[in-house]
Design a protein around this ligand. Structure first.
Ligand code: HEC
Ligand code: HEC
Length: 153
């Protein structure tokens, strides 16, 4: 019995550690692709995607919206929630920060691989020092890699 107790304790501990590691794993551009997929699949159940696509807010604002949607009945796995959150935060960063010198259609018209986007976004960031943090450069590049032609911003 005692052995069993220890085993159960170890199993619980391991799953906590695994969950913690997953939540804190660094993001890759694949998270933005999966985030876009989860967004398009799950956020269209009760209304069109127009509201969230038009909404521009910061991380706290998106956290609040996702919590409100969850309370309304939207169901997302923990992993998908994080991915959708990051996708929507990156979308807002893109909408606000990439529209100050030219229209959004300039980047939206182009399709590039993730590394090519990082190069482009870094080049853009260099034109206006302190406009974008390194985290934002990565996130906007992930967002642009994930964007499909159907993303109507
Ligand atoms: C179970 C139904 C349901 C699902 C699923 C759902 N929503 Fe909503 N959403 C609503 C309702 C109802 C409203 C209007 C009432 C309100 O504003 O709370 C709304 C309004 C909104 C608004 C406009 C109001 C605001 O807070 O800015 C946004 C943005 C939004 N939803 C985003 C999302 C996103 C992102 C998802 C996917 C994670 C999602 N919704 C999934 C029911 C849902
Ligand atoms: C400080 C002004 C400025 C900001 C901010 C800016 N751009 Fe640009 N962008 C330019 C200028 C000027 C050009 C044309 C000359 C060039 O390509 O360098 C350009 C051209 C582009 C092009 C076409 C050239 C290519 O390499 O594909 C893309 C795509 C682009 N920008 C994307 C973006 C994105 C994405 C952001 C946001 C992260 C952004 N821009 C922010 C000034 C800016």
């Amino acid at each position: 019995m005692k052995k069993m107790g220890i085993l159960v304790f170890v199993v619980i501990l391991v799953s906590f550690v695994a969950a913690y590691a997953q939540e804190n794993e660094p993001l890759t551009f694949k998270d933005f692709i999966e985030g876009k997929e989860a967004f398009e699949e799950n956020c269209i159940e009760c209304h069109s995607l127009e509201w969230p696509l038009a909404k521009i807010t910061d991380r706290a604002g998106w956290e609040e919206t996702l919590t409100k949607m969850a309370n309304t009945g939207a169901v997302l796995s923990k992993k998908n929630r994080r991915q959708v959150l990051e996708y929507l935060v990156a979308k807002s960063t893109f909408q606000t920060k990439c529209s100050v010198c030219h229209g959004l259609e300039r980047p939206l018209e182009k399709n590039k691989e993730f590394q090519e986007w990082v190069t482009t976004v870094r080049r853009m960031a260099a034109k206006k020092p302190e406009h974008l943090t390194e985290e934002e450069i990565q996130a906007v590049s992930g967002f642009l890699t994930a964007k499909g032609e159907e993303t109507a911003l």
